[in-house]
Design a protein around this ligand. Sequence first.
Ligand code: ATP
Ligand code: MG
Length: 596
Amino acid sequence: MKTNNIKSSLSIYLRLLGYVKPYVSPFSISILGFGIYASGQPMLAAVLKYFVDGLSDPQKATISGLPLLNGMQMMHAVPLMVILIAAWQGIGSYLGNYYLAKVSCGVVHDLRVSLFRNLLTLPDAYYDRNNSGHLISRITFNVTMVTRAATEAIKIVIREGLTVIALLVYLLWTNWRLTLTMIAVLPFIIIIAGNASRKFRKQAKRIQVAMGDVTHVASEAIQGHRVVRSFGGGVYEEQRFVAASENNMAKLVKMVKTATTATALLQLLVYSAMGGLFFLVLWLRGEASPGDLIAYITAAGLLPKPTKQLSEVSATIQSGVAAAESIFSQLDEPPEIDQGTQERERVTGRVVVRDLTFSYPGTDKLVLDGLNFTIEPGQMVALVGRSGSGKSTLANLIPRFYHHTQGKILIDGMDVEQYTLRNLRRHVAVVNQQITLFNDTVANNIAYGDLAGAARTEIERVAAAAFAREFIECLPLGFDTLVGENGVLLSGGQRQRLAIARALLKNAPILILDEATSALDTESEQHIQAALDHVIQGRTTLVIAHRLSTIEKADVIMVMDQGKIVERGTHTELIALNGHYARLHAIQFREPTEGL
Ligand code: ATP
Ligand code: MG
């Protein structure tokens, strides 16, 4: 379990590192910069040696080996050296920070874009399994966590790591015996840091889940604000939100607790080592001058700060790794199955369904159970049946929003699996039960996606055919009116007609209309009815209707019940049969009159 964790953690690091590949040159410059910066630390300690030795005789000229300062008096050389070192470190720090920022910002951008791009290829089933709050928080919050790991953590690891190395090299060079004794303490520090980092990783992951819950509850309450208010859900939503937020807070506090405990322990260790150092210096002094000893102690004294920073950085790295883990797990999700290779310019629209059986992934319930039917080109087929009988499911299988494994759906004699997804979806226009509009103009909502850039006259023509033109022209800016988030500024019937216009503009040979369940007023219904009459001309249409009045003219009406087709025929035939359809019909046409 433990080795597994380390292994997976390592593979995540390596994978993140893979994202740095395109930025090798700025990354190398940055490392070089931090190297320059780090080399300045022991130099500062070394200057002290000359300073202390110079205190006894300022006129002494002993600085040899440095060509620039050779033969100079201590009094002048030491101050000059301090300034040169500061400039040297400044250059290093600039190069290190600037180029690292270039790398990390680039990596974050790449990650965010690949997440979003991946989101566009994932199958419907993935969206069913994951709530949108978590998906959004992954793109925003998780990527930020990775940014922090990428900038702060890498910076500290490289800069402070190199500083520690530079200082250790200097210490070993001046007095290896002392230094080795000091290094003996290091394993303890490493063990404590390692323990803490494992804890952090677990906690960081829990925080992310908790953060996703906060986003999720908030976004549900925002999107459903009307339901919340009309059903008095305010108190419930508030309790839910407070619970999610409290959970998040508690986890953050716990993470800080672990971090601070580890830091305090480490500090205690480091300072005990310092105490030991003073003892050893006084004991093992040997031939060294006071200047040598001061320089040594200074360099050793510079060690704890970068070491401490290194130990603290594990929290950041771990949260970055946890964030990266969930990013990678999404990136590893298999995309929509798209193994088809065939493409057709245009199909006639003959749809044949053979022994189609389907259950949603992860469930056993048969939602569709052995369906068989054929829709000839240009026919209008209506699908009716109780709620939950599987009508929308069937509609979703034709453009392969879900993947079926039993039975066949053929379009123009070819299995839908054999078409490439993109080509298949070009032949099928779908108006979903839940209509999606984007916060854009009416015209851009009709001409969306592949249709973007369609001529205004075309847009107007389809709007007229969908009986939408009349109301669009009454809007303040006509076709250029913004419809609001998901079309909130429009009525249900208006939104539906826009969706129909969009499908019409696509001009696909197969049209699937999944009628919204929401009750429309009689006028809207008449408009949609009229729109339908236009729409069905010259194409194969599958209409899923909740209002039977809309489909009386259908060539075939199929009645579904629990995933099976229980009746089929024309309106007159089915009424005469006096079965399911006749019953549904009687219910629908009795209620309004009773209400009057
Ligand atoms: P309605 O008339 O209310 O629109 P419908 O006939 O369109 O109903 P479907 O949406 O096809 O019904 O649903 C059929 C069954 O499949 C239902 O029992 C539903 O619980 C189940 N179901 C629908 N969508 C999913 C999904 N994404 N994952 C799992 N089960 C689902
Ligand atoms: Mg449905």
